[in-house]
Design a protein around this ligand. Structure first.
Ligand SMILES: NC(=O)c1ccc[n+]([C@@H]2O[C@H](COP(=O)([O-])OP(=O)(O)OC[C@H]3O[C@@H](n4cnc5c(N)ncnc54)[C@H](OP(=O)(O)O)[C@@H]3O)[C@@H](O)[C@H]2O)c1
Length: 242
């Protein structure tokens, strides 16, 4: 059961589009935005799961099947959002996955899946949404990672995708600031989600919770428009000692 925390400071008529929102961080962000008064579209590759997530959120949220590796599908999904809600104010670029293996063992298909989803998918998402965002100004969040600045063994594809996403995000910030579009890259450490086949449980209590990234998103949206925290590192306060 979700708690209604409708925030009267959000003007009605605002809307948000969240990729990779059937679970994990995207779902928590979509829920928080809907509860704050945004009309929200959630996307993921699996129709049943994303529709169930939207229904669970309520508040008129829409669940749309859309693979971020497909620019045409993204354009259709964004156009559908604008047709349903009259515009677009917040874009949360979140869909992502990882394959972890040494370069010798990582397959070309795994490399492509990670880069196509985490990096090219982010570019396609922004391209599809930009005309609508430019119409009335807005906010783009990219969900990067501390893996976008800290390389680790076995992280070839994932590190490369997030290092690239950081570069793309910083360019977007510089390209779009004069169009009244703010861009923030969020770089979390360990978050308790389904990432990489994990099932979140009590042993994840020390990790960042998806709801914490949602809270951060609302806090950033509440910043005065003149000020832009453009790159946010966020980590568990007290990880287990190694
Ligand atoms: N969990 C962490 O510790 C952590 C830390 C730093 C950054 N991140 C980043 O956070 C983002 C969200 O991950 P998460 O941790 O919340 O993982 P998650 O629980 O596995 O959720 C990932 C979401 O992305 C969707 N997705 C995957 N590939 C997609 C595609 N090609 N097109 C559209 N949707 C797609 C998934 O739905 P479908 O499978 O139905 O498509 C799912 O809704 C990712 O970018 C990840 O790299 C995670």
């Amino acid at each position: 059961m979700t708690q209604d925390v409708h925030n009267d400071s959000v003007p009605s008529g605002k809307s948000a589009f969240v990729t990779g929102a059937s679970k994990g961080i995207g779902l928590a962000v979509a829920r928080a935005l809907a509860e704050a008064g945004y009309a929200v579209t959630l996307t993921s590759r699996h129709q049943d799961e994303v529709e169930a997530a939207a229904q669970q959120i309520g508040h008129g949220a829409r669940g749309v099947q859309c693979d971020v590796r497909d620019p045409q599908a993204l354009q259709q999904a964004v156009d559908g959002h604008v047709a349903a809600f009259g515009g677009l104010d917040v874009l949360f670029v979140n869909a992502g996955l990882g394959h972890f293996a040494s370069v010798a063992d990582l397959t070309v298909e795994q490399w492509r899946e990670v880069i196509d989803t985490n990096l090219s998918g982010a570019f396609y998402t922004v391209k599809a949404a930009l005309p609508a965002l430019k119409r009335r100004g807005g906010y783009i969040f990219t969900l990067s990672s501390l893996a976008g600045k800290n390389p680790f063994a076995g992280g070839a594809a994932y590190n490369a995708s997030k290092f690239g996403l950081n570069g793309l995000s910083e360019v977007l910030m510089l390209d779009l600031r004069q169009d009244d579009i703010r861009v923030t890259q969020i770089m979390p450490g360990s978050v308790a989600t389904h990432f990489n086949g994990h099932t979140p449980g009590p042993e994840d209590a020390w990790k960042i919770q998806p709801e914490d990234i949602a809270q951060l998103t609302l806090d950033l949206l509440a910043m005065p428009k003149r000020t832009l925290p453009s790159r946010i590192e966020v980590r568990p306060s007290k990880p287990p000692r190694k």
